[in-house]
Design a protein around this ligand. Structure first.
Ligand SMILES: [Zn+2]
Ligand SMILES: [Zn+2]
Length: 98
C-alpha cells in the first residue's frame, strides 16, 4: 500500500483531457481527412473513428476504430493497440473486445 498525493485518479484526468482534445479535433474534422495510421480518407465523423495517440501521449489524429477502413479493411487503431500489446508484453488493459 502506498499513500501519496498521486493516487489512482490519473486515468480519470486523462479521460477528461482526451475527451476535450477529441471534441476539438472532431469539430475541425473533414470527411477527406486522412487516417492517422493508413492515410486513407476517414469519411464523416462518428463514434466509429477513434482519436488515436502514440505511446508517448502525443495525439496522432483520428484513425479507423470500430469499423474497418473501406479502402484497406484495417481497424487501424485496434490493430496498433494489439501490436503495442504484443511488443511490450501487455500495454494497458485489453480493449479488443468487439
Ligand atoms: Zn485507417
Ligand atoms: Zn485504410
Amino acid at each position: 500500500m502506498t499513500h501519496g498525493p498521486r493516487g489512482t485518479r490519473r486515468g480519470e484526468r486523462y479521460d477528461r483531457r482526451h475527451q476535450i482534445a477529441r471534441d476539438t479535433a472532431a469539430r475541425r474534422h473533414r470527411p477527406e481527412d486522412p487516417c492517422a495510421r493508413c492515410w486513407h480518407p476517414l469519411g464523416p465523423m462518428g463514434s466509429h473513428l477513434h482519436y488515436d495517440h502514440d505511446e508517448y501521449g502525443g495525439y496522432l489524429g483520428f484513425s479507423h476504430g470500430a469499423e474497418p477502413c473501406p479502402v484497406c479493411g484495417r481497424r487501424c487503431n485496434l490493430q496498433a493497440a494489439a501490436e503495442k500489446g504484443n511488443s511490450l508484453g501487455g500495454y494497458g488493459p485489453k480493449r479488443l473486445d468487439l
